[in-house]
Design a protein. Structure first.
Length: 206
C-alpha cells in the first residue's frame, strides 16, 4: 500500500556530477574522487574539520547527507526520531585493502576505525544529532524498491518522523556513487513529491 510520505530532498553524487532533486548543480571537471569531493566541500562552504580524517566512503556519504539535509530545519524531536537506512555493494572494501597493506609494517588505527560501513552512519548521526533507527544492508546493486520497502517499514511501525535513506558505494577514485533522499512521515510539506519507488528512480536516474 502506498503512503503519503514526502520526499524533502534528494542528492546524487556520481563521477560526472552532483545532482539535487534530479537537476545538476555541480559538474565534475574531470577530477578524481578526492579532489572532486573536496571541491564540493569548499563550494558549499561546509565547515567540519573531522571530514578530512574520514576515509573516502565516509566522505562520500557525509557530503551526500550534508546536502540532503542542509535546507531542512530539524527540531529536537525530529533529530531524535530521524532514521538512517543505507546500503552498498562494496562495504568498506577499499579501506579494508588499504588497512591490510599496513599489517606487514605498522597497522594503522586511523584506517582500522573505518573498516565497518556503519561507521559512516555514525559520522552522519554525530554531525546531525540523529538518534533514530538505523540499518545498513549489503546489496548487489542499488534497488529503489528495496530502499522504499525498508524506509516505509520503519516509518510505518516506529516513532520515526524522518528517514534519510539510499545508497553510498565507493570502489575507487573513478567508481563511486551516492543517492540519498530525506523522507518525511508528514505529507503537509509544500513543494515536495510523494515518496514512491518510481519517484526515487526518476530522481536518481534522470
Amino acid at each position: 500500500m502506498e503512503t503519503n510520505y514526502s520526499i524533502i530532498n534528494s542528492i546524487s553524487i556520481t563521477p560526472q556530477s552532483l545532482r539535487c532533486n534530479g537537476k545538476e548543480i555541480f559538474a565534475n571537471q574531470g577530477l578524481g574522487f578526492r579532489d572532486y569531493i573536496r571541491d564540493i566541500y569548499k563550494h558549499y562552504a561546509i565547515n567540519y574539520q573531522k571530514f578530512f580524517k574520514m576515509d573516502d566512503l565516509c566522505k562520500l556519504g557525509f557530503i551526500a547527507a550534508e546536502l540532503a539535509c542542509k535546507d531542512f530545519e530539524f527540531t529536537t524531536s525530529q533529530k531524535e526520531n530521524t532514521a538512517l537506512i543505507l546500503c552498498n555493494c562494496n562495504a568498506t572494501l577499499d579501506t579494508d585493502s588499504k588497512f591490510v597493506e599496513t599489517l606487514d609494517s605498522l597497522p594503522s588505527p586511523a584506517l582500522f576505525v573505518y573498516t565497518l560501513p556503519n561507521i559512516m552512519m555514525g559520522e552522519i548521526s554525530i554531525r546531525h544529532g540523529f538518534k533514530g533507527e538505523n540499518c545498513f544492508f549489503a546489496e548487489a546493486q542499488f534497488d529503489t524498491q528495496f530502499v522504499y520497502n525498508h524506509a516505509k517499514l520503519i516509518l510505518d511501525s516506529t516513532a520515526t518522523e524522518l528517514c534519510l535513506c539510499g545508497w553510498v558505494d565507493f570502489s575507487n577514485e573513478i567508481e563511486f556513487s551516492a543517492h540519498l533522499t530525506l523522507v518525511s512521515k508528514f505529507a503537509s510539506i509544500n513543494n515536495c513529491i510523494k515518496f514512491t519507488p518510481n519517484n526515487l528512480s526518476e530522481l536518481f536516474y534522470k
